[in-house]
Design a protein around this ligand. Structure first.
Ligand SMILES: [Zn+2]
Length: 263
């Protein structure tokens, strides 16, 4: 059984400050070790749950965050980044795990809430549903027939997951957001046990989980923070339309193509 893990960083236990997420700071040097340990706990759980092959994507920022020497040698790692969010993911995979994720832009009392870019993006909608990164990634995987089987992070991203993907999807809450940079957290050592056990159960139950795939045609509406965000998008007036000063609409029948065009 093949499992794909996408690991962001905002949802790691103990992380709540921008310094912890930025390369080059002493806080980041510590935080990336916690991230690496949570990734390893997830890998361990996935193999215990029945996985035979695991690919892990280093998904935060430039995709260069794991302490590679410490990563479980049983997996393959994807680092760096480009338009394709999950290289190698296809219908042969039984599930996608979104590890250390965060709530969508505009969520109150959520640690480091944003959608893709905190500078640029204000609101992202697919067929009228507001989506954060959990939803966007679930739709990308869903287009390939792969379900999101587990999400970890704070209480808000867990609630967002249940609301969008339903109760079957496993969530693993490692901290509670009190404000954007104010946290009540499990210590990293405790969070690892929670993640390992949740991943094991999620992989074991992956057969029961359904891919997230809204019906075509697809319409993505992206609202930028500034008009300059929308200025950068080339519009043909048919498939890509400037709907307002800060809003672009992307249309099409191929879900993966429409999402990729909008990112
Ligand atoms: Zn991130």
């Amino acid at each position: 059984m093949r499992i794909y893990i996408s690991a962001d960083m905002e949802g790691v236990a103990g992380i709540f400050l921008p310094e912890q997420l930025k390369r080059g700071t002493p806080e980041y040097a510590e935080a990336r070790r916690w991230l690496t340990a949570e990734v390893n706990a997830c890998i361990e759980g996935a193999f215990k749950g029945g996985a035979t092959e695991v690919i892990v994507k280093d998904a935060h920022s430039s995709g260069f965050n794991f302490v590679l020497d410490e990563i479980d040698p049983r997996v393959e790692v994807v680092q760096g980044g480009s338009l394709s969010r999950f290289p190698g993911l296809d219908s042969s995979f039984s599930g996608l795990i979104l590890l250390c994720y965060h709530a969508m832009a505009g969520t109150q009392e959520a640690i480091c809430d944003h959608t893709m870019s905190s500078v640029d993006w204000h609101r992202y909608e697919l067929n009228g549903m507001e989506l954060g990164e959990v939803g966007i990634d679930a739709a990308e995987a869903g287009a390939l027939g792969v379900p999101v089987i587990m999400v970890s992070g704070d209480d808000k991203v867990c609630a967002e997951t249940k609301q969008l993907l339903g109760d079957e999807t496993m969530t693993c809450q490692v901290k509670i957001g009190l404000a954007r940079h104010y946290v009540r957290t499990r210590p990293p050592a405790a969070a690892r046990y929670l993640i390992r056990d949740a991943a094991e159960e999620a992989v074991r139950n992956s057969g029961r989980m359904k891919p997230f795939k809204p019906e075509p045609p697809y319409l993505v509406r992206l609202e930028y923070n500034l008009t300059s965000g929308a200025d950068r998008i080339r519009c043909d007036g048919v498939r890509t339309v400037r709907e307002g000063p800060r809003t672009i609409v992307f249309k099409g029948d191929d879900l993966l193509e429409v999402i990729t065009r909008s990112l």
